[in-house]
Structure formats: C-alpha cells, structure tokens
Design a protein around this ligand. Structure first.
Ligand code: XIL
Length: 415
C-alpha cells in the first residue's frame, strides 16, 4: 500500500514500526531507568496515545496547523528565527500558530552574545526566549562551539591554550546557565568535522589548542601501550568536544545536549565518523543526548532511504535525532520565483523527510531554517540564484511543501 504525501507516493514501509509507538519498547514499561530524553519521549507518547484514542472514531477533523498536527503526533516542529522580525505581525502570528519550537538563527552565536572577552549581551536571544515562553514554545539553543561567526577579538586575540580553554569554559557555563530551564536542548558543538576530509575533525581555534580537552590527554600520549592505542586515540581526537559536553552538562544537567552537523545526513564517511564518536561517548558516559542533522538540501533527488537508515542507526545508540536546519533550495528567476514543478518536487522531499523521521521513535523534532521565503539565508548565500526553500512564501502563504509536511504528520497520528 502506498500513501500520497505532497504529490509523491510514499511506501507504507516507511511507516513500519510506527504504530502509535514513538517511544522505544523498554521505556513503555515505566520511566524507571529511562534517561532524560526517553522520559521526554514517554511524556510525548502518553499525549500521543490519548490523541490517537480520540482519533479512533475516524470523525476527527484535520489538523488546522502544523503545530496542531505535530502536537497530536508527539513531535516537535520548529523554525529558526531572527529576533528583529518578531515585531512584524504576520511573522509573529505565523510562527506562534504553526510551530511549537524555535531556535535563534544567529542570536546565540558568539559574535552576537560576546561584545568582548568580559561581557555577555543576551538582548537579542532573550527576545526569542521571551517570545517562546509567551507562546508556550520550546527553545533549542544554537550554538555554543563553532568555527564560524566568532568575534574578531577572539579569533585574532592570540590567546594561549590555557586562556582559550578558560574562555570557552566560561562561555559555555555562563550561556547555558543563563538559559537554564528555558532552553531545553543545545547544539553544544556544531560542524566539527571537515567537509574536505569528512572522517577528520576540522582545524579550528578550539581543536588546535591542546589545552582544551581532558587533562589526562598528555599523560595518555606519553604511554605507548599499543593495545590501548585504538580506544585512546579516539578519545584524544574528540577530547575538546567531550570537554564541551561535560561543561554544558555541569551548567544545566536537565538540558539535552546535541552534536549538530552538516552534510552527514546520509550513510557515508562523515556520518560514520560521527557515529563512532557518539558510540564512544555513550560507552564512556559522556553526556550526549542527541545528534542534529542539518539537512540543507540543494539537490532534488536526496537519498531518503539512506537518510532514514542513518537516523535509525543513531537512534539505536540511544540518542535522539533532531532535523535541525531543513530547507530545500530551488533555482529561482530574477524575481525570486521557482517553477511550479520544482515546488511540487520540493513538497515531495519535505513529506518524505517528515515520514522518514516519524518512522523512527527517537527522531523527535523537525525544524526548518526559517519558515518564510521572505527571510532565508539561501538568497544571500547563493547570490540570489537559489531560494524559495521554505514552507511559506514571501507573503506567508502556505506552499505545497507546507501541505506535504502537515499531511505527513497527520498520516502519522492516524496510525
Ligand atoms: C547561517 C545563518 O542562517 C545566516 O543568517 C548567517 O549569515 C550564517 O549562518 N549551518 C549552521 C547555521 O549551523 O548556523 C548557519 O546559519 C547555516 C549553516
């Protein structure tokens, strides 16, 4: 049997294992021994079960919004936002009506939060957190550690390794502490792997400073015992990342901590390397709760089966997957318009990705990078040759992609 979602046919196999169960079986026997993320799922699951029961009569009306459909399906549906637009009525209304999750697109990056080495400026990010609280939305924090959008005082500051380590620790603890109880999940480290050498970490000020990371590194590297080399070298390679997760966890033990990455959504060398890191972290009790798949799609034939398999193997490690930055950019004309055919293809991709996420109990959030084509990073980052990447057009009208997303969520909650 096949279902039609946003103009494409999706095999029902994609939904295999869904039933009404978005929580791993063992968790259903009770919250005991269930880690934090799993308890959150359990709560969602209870909500989902009662929604599914209500749906049992078959007479229930369609969900009016993405938010309603996502709430019924026990999923978070989010969008990246820019605080300067929150005063625009249509922007604010659409956001609050359609989404139950927000993430600052830029407002929590170092260059915005850190005017200098001593101070923090939370003005912009707080506007988003306040908006979310007012509209009962969750907040994902993005991002504590990245190689881009860092202030010049930091990148050109000629700090010693020890000073950089101190700055990073203070930054993580102060920012996570400021949003304790307000930000439920953090992208702790973003894009640490190198796109040119996908199985290796990229060179950044953070990786390149031997002082950032576990103190035992230096002792370990002077011990030549080859039988321990494999495990130890893995540990050493990722030690700055591990250290960041430990600092964030100290600052807010309740927050879910994610590693977020680009172009690692399908099975391949980059996702293999991340998988090895996460597996190692889980084994050794490093506090990691999830992996973010960015999913900036620029190719109209993404390998959905491979993305789904990748989501599956990560969730099988006991971590959640969030789709964190989805957009599907299209070629556009000088007026910024895409062809109707491409908009239909785009809708198909949105629907299939949503179905793939929903088919894995541990895939718990789908977030788009912006929500209206009026404000999307794609235009300025492609010299305006591409665009129309999001579910709402520039006038905040729902596009075919919106309908595809909503019907994928509705198919889920009906099962
Ligand atoms: C982008 C923002 O959307 C732009 O406004 C900014 O100019 C550059 O960064 N991966 C990420 C995001 O993790 O933080 C990036 O956001 C897009 C790619």
């Amino acid at each position: 049997m096949v279902l039609r979602i946003g103009g494409v046919l999706v095999g029902v196999a994609l939904f295999a294992g869904l039933a009404s169960l978005r929580v791993p079986e063992p968790a259903l026997s009770g919250a005991e021994g269930c880690p934090l993320w799993c308890q959150a799922l359990l709560a969602n699951h209870e909500g989902h079960l009662s929604a599914a029961r209500r749906a049992g009569s078959g007479t229930r009306r369609n969900a009016a919004t993405l938010r309603e459909a996502a709430d019924r399906a026990g999923l978070l549906i989010g969008a990246a936002v820019r605080p300067e637009h929150l005063s625009e009525p249509l922007y604010a209304e659409t956001l609050a009506r359609e989404f139950n999750l927000v993430e600052p697109e830029d407002a929590m990056k170092w260059e915005v939060l850190r005017p200098d080495a001593q101070s923090f400026d939370f003005t912009q990010a707080d506007r988003i957190a306040d908006f979310a609280a007012q509209h009962k939305m969750k907040v994902r924090g993005h991002t504590l550690v990245w190689h881009r959008q860092n202030p010049q005082w930091l990148t050109e500051g000629k700090y010693t390794a020890a000073e950089l380590a101190r700055l990073l620790e203070q930054h993580i603890k102060h920012v996570v502490g400021h949003y304790r109880g307000k930000v439920f999940a953090w992208d702790v480290v973003n894009e640490a792997f190198d796109e040119l050498h996908p199985s290796q970490l990229r060179s950044t000020i953070w990786l390149d400073q031997p002082g950032i990371g576990l103190a035992e590194n230096s002792a370990a590297s002077s011990n030549p015992d080859p039988s321990k080399l494999g495990a130890r070298s893995l540990k050493q390679r990722f030690s700055y990342i591990e250290q960041c997760f430990r600092w964030a966890h100290e600052a807010d033990p309740q927050a879910l901590l994610f590693y977020n990455e680009a172009e690692a959504e399908t099975l391949g060398p980059k996702s293999d390397a991340i998988y090895a890191m996460v597996q190692d972290f889980r084994k050794r009790g490093v506090p990691i709760d999830g992996v973010g798949f960015q999913l900036h799609i620029g190719n109209l034939h993404p390998d959905i089966a491979s993305i789904s398999a990748n989501i599956g193997r990560f969730t099988a490690l006991g971590v959640q997957v969030h789709i964190t930055e989805m957009d599907v950019s299209l070629p556009v004309d000088a007026g910024g318009n895409a062809s109707p055919e491409d908009l239909e293809r785009q809708a198909g991709i949105y629907g299939q990705i949503a179905a793939a996420c929903l088919s894995h109990p541990g895939c718990t959030a789908i977030q788009t990078w912006g929500f209206t084509d009026k404000y999307s990073w794609i235009g300025s980052h492609s010299k305006n040759t591409r665009g129309a990447a999001l579910p709402f057009d520039r006038e905040y009208r729902a596009k075919p992609a919106y309908d595809a997303l909503r019907s994928a969520l509705e198919q889920m909650e009906r099962r």
